[in-house]
Design a protein around this ligand. Structure first.
Ligand code: 8YV
Length: 312
């Protein structure tokens, strides 16, 4: 008998095909009234397949009394009610590590782009402005100071990339990490005041909400750049927009926003901002590795083994 799983939202076609081969899986988002469906059938499912984007809230967990396991596509856990899952003793499989390289690469793509005006220069050429104008000077990256908020798995890979650019590096984290050689800034304010580039690589969720506030942006200052490949929630987005519009910081490279896919209108007109549609992990290679981890976590759980990457 195949295990019955519930799926919260669409996933890559290959992953969906694999899941359908191995499990009796039901697409919740295709139901016209998902709440009513859960009330009638929630107890049929032993597993939940979801993603960092869709997560699982307390209401969903409550509606699935037979639930034994969650397998999530993505590393972020901010869309999960972790306490509700913990109380119910439901382990959450997720996909850390396999996306570190691509997310770190994207941090550097944004950093290089916003400092050297790559996207803005591309727009300049396409508009035909090269024929009549000189493109303005940009900001040097090599040898500059890189501050990283969050020295976790992804922060560490960003730090390694920085050595190729001969950058000076410091970080701020809840706790100082004993196993990295970089300077520790005891406060985020200190880090921002020191850095030329501040990269947000911390987790999202309540613990980091609004950490990059107006005061932090002002500490970063008119020559400083902010890069965010984590979650929009880590910044006070209104304060960030205000700082960018009034040039109280030099620029920003943003892969994430507070209410995706909404992007503040004021940012669209700014040449000192690079905007990406939350694509840091979106490469064929990494998405395939993440999909495999979703499957491997489930296989391990149903074989009675610990999942490969288990958050709870
Ligand atoms: C995904 C992410 O794009 O893994 C995460 O936490 O934010 C991204 O890799 C996406 O959230 C998957 O749903």
């Amino acid at each position: 008998m195949r295990h019955r799983l519930l799926q919260t939202g669409p996933l890559a076609p290959d992953l969906e095909a694999q899941l359908a081969r191995q499990y009796d899986i039901h697409p919740l988002w295709k139901e016209s009234d998902p709440k009513a469906f859960l009330a009638d059938h929630g107890s049929d499912f032993v597993g939940l397949v979801t993603s960092a984007r869709h997560g699982a809230d307390a209401a969903l967990l409550q509606a699935m009394p037979a639930l034994k396991v969650i397998s999530s596509f993505g590393v972020g856990l901010d869309a999960f009610d972790l306490e509700a899952a913990r109380v119910k003793g439901i382990p959450i499989g997720y996909t850390p590590d396999v996306l570190n390289d691509c997310v770190a690469d994207t941090a550097f793509a944004l950093l290089m782009d916003v400092a050297r005006n790559v996207s803005a220069a591309d727009r300049f050429v396409r508009r035909g402005d090269w024929r009549t104008q000189q493109f303005p000077l940009a900001t040097k990256v090599s040898g500059k100071r890189l501050g990283i908020l969050g020295m976790g798995r992804i922060g560490r890979v960003i730090a390694r990339r920085a050595s190729g650019f001969d950058m000076e590096l410091r970080y701020h984290n809840r706790r100082q990490a004993s196993d990295v050689p970089y300077g520790y800034a005891p406060t985020l304010h200190e880090l921002a005041a020191w850095a030329d580039f501040l990269v947000i690589a911390s987790a999202g969720g309540d613990e980091t909400r609004g950490l990059v506030s107006r005061e932090i942006l002002d500490a970063l200052g008119p020559k400083g750049y902010l890069i965010n490949i984590s979650r929009g929630s880590v910044t006070d987005q209104d304060a960030l927009v205000d700082a960018l519009v009034h040039k109280r910081i030099a620029g920003a490279g943003l892969d994430v926003f507070t209410h995706e896919p909404e992007v503040p209108e004021a940012l669209l007109a700014l040449d000192n901002v690079v905007l990406l549609p939350h694509v840091a992990s979106n490469t064929h290679e990494t998405r395939s590795d993440m999909a495999q981890r979703v499957l491997d976590n489930l296989t391990a759980f149903f074989a009675g083994r610990p999942m490969i990457s288990q958050a709870l």
